[in-house]
Design a binder for this molecule. Structure first.
Ligand code: RFL
Ligand code: PHB
Length: 383
């Protein structure tokens, strides 16, 4: 098999790239390790920056998002039992975020790809990539490409196929995890609430007018068996509780634990292989940046590939890694900052707790601090 751009991984990065290249008349083949059902059942991110929303809409895959996505103009930070609203739109010239699950984004992109009749091979894991020659090896044979987009997430083979010594890696693991639930109950809040609490962080989010998505800080290796549903609700009530407000409980449809890390590799390219999304960088979820960064990477990669096929000019491809990394590092910092400000440090160190509360108070009382948070959260083009 031969194609212009081989895309490894059908997550948001790979599928969006495939769509952007399709719209520009560039030939692609997408290889995905898992089944369609598996990918469509995976619950991940929920917050889309306006830039992400605009890109999906412009790419012709935003119709359902425009109907079902819920626009939010603020979030709240909670500490010492009080909620403080950060008016995102007021602080960023009207920018907002949209609540629309990553699962839905992926479903929309699958549907568009299949409707176009273009190659998308499920249950086809790439085994190895020859970055110099542009060859993707898989159980069914070889895919020869002008360029390969490594969009196979943090545990994929793309980054692992880069010869040692080429990439420089940076990272941090956090002693925290998130226990996340999806519940069949109307959200008890109109906007997201990030709650600092001496028993640990909690996040109140949502997926739709009838589906709530809630998270509790836990150990990265937390055993879900120790969390009967009653305990999960009790802990959410305690950590997210404020006077005069109650959290509506309901059937839990899905639950899971995820660890947290920060990671970046530089450069995001080796020969004909270009890394994008989680394959190149990971952020802890507290800043809601992972999906948005993945989309930003492939926007730049698509522009660079279009330029290359239109005029033979490889300048944008040469600049791809540096251009991505500027935004990646801004998001790495923001995500690290939100994470360390909101999570209970190991042992609940009282010094750290007081620093966190002081920082939260500052962020919610000083307009310049609140604006800095808002600009980062909505994904203003800062860098
Ligand atoms: P993905 O989504 O991991 O997709 C990679 C795809 O590659 C496939 N694959 C392979 N395919 C072929 N051959 C191989 N050898 C392969 N190995 C793997 C995989 O099956 C998969 O289909 O990466 P991508 O596209 O870069 O997208 C990144 C995002 O998924 C990720 O950053 C976000 O989910 C992170 N994230 C959030 N991001 C946000 O922007 N806002 C949020 O609110 C947000 N919340 C979250 C999150 C991630 C979370 N978890 C589960 C880590 C909340 C959570 C709990
Ligand atoms: C989510 O709804 O899954 C979500 C929202 C905000 C975050 C992380 C996850 O920071």
């Amino acid at each position: 098999m031969r194609t212009q751009v081989g895309i490894v991984g059908a997550g948001p990065a790979g599928l969006t790239l495939a769509r952007l290249l399709e719209n520009a008349g560039i030939e692609t083949v997408v290889l995905e390790a898992r089944s369609r059902d598996y990918c469509e059942a995976r619950i991940r991110a929920g917050v889309l920056e306006q830039g992400t929303v605009d890109l999906l809409r412009d790419a012709g895959v935003g119709a359902r998002m425009d109907v079902e996505g819920i626009v939010h103009h603020g979030i709240s930070l909670q500490f010492d039992g009080e909620r403080h609203r950060v008016p995102l739109s007021e602080l960023t010239d009207g920018r907002s975020i949209v609540i629309y699950g990553q699962t839905e984004v992926v479903k929309d992109l699958f549907a568009a790809r299949l409707e176009s009749g273009l190659p998308l091979h499920f249950d086809t894991p790439a085994a190895e990539i020859d970055a110099e020659r542009g060859i993707v090896r898989h159980a069914g044979g070889e895919l020869e490409c002008d360029f390969v987009a490594g969009c196979d997430g943090f545990h994929g083979v793309s980054r692992a196929s880069v010869p040692s010594g080429v990439l420089r890696e940076f990272g941090r693991e956090y002693p925290y995890g998130w226990l996340g639930i999806l519940a069949d109950v109307a959200p008890s809040v109109d906007e997201l609430v990030y709650a600092h609490h001496e028993r640990g962080f909690a996040l109140l989010s949502l997926r739709s007018p009838t589906r709530s998505r809630y998270y509790l800080q836990c150990r990265p290796d937390e055993d879900l068996g120790e969390w009967p549903h009653e305990r999960i609700w009790q802990e959410l009530q305690t950590r997210a509780g404020v006077d005069g407000w109650t959290l509506e409980e309901g059937p839990i449809l899905e639950e899971g634990v995820t660890g947290m890390r920060s990671y970046v590799c530089e450069p995001m390219r080796c020969g004909r292989l270009f890394l994008a999304g989680d394959a190149a960088h990971i952020v802890p979820p507290t800043g809601a940046k992972g999906l948005n960064l993945a989309i930003h990477d492939v926007r730049l990669l698509a522009e660079a590939l279009v330029r290359r096929y239109e005029s033979g000019d490889e300048a944008l491809l040469a600049a791809y890694s540096d251009a991505c990394l500027r935004r990646v590092w801004r998001c790495e910092h923001f995500s690290w900052w939100m994470t360390t400000m909101l999570h209970l440090p190991p042992g609940g160190d009282p010094f750290d707790l007081r620093l966190q509360r002081s920082q939260l108070r500052y962020v919610t009382t000083s307009e310049s601090q609140a604006r800095a948070l808002a600009e980062n959260y909505v994904g203003l083009e800062l860098v």
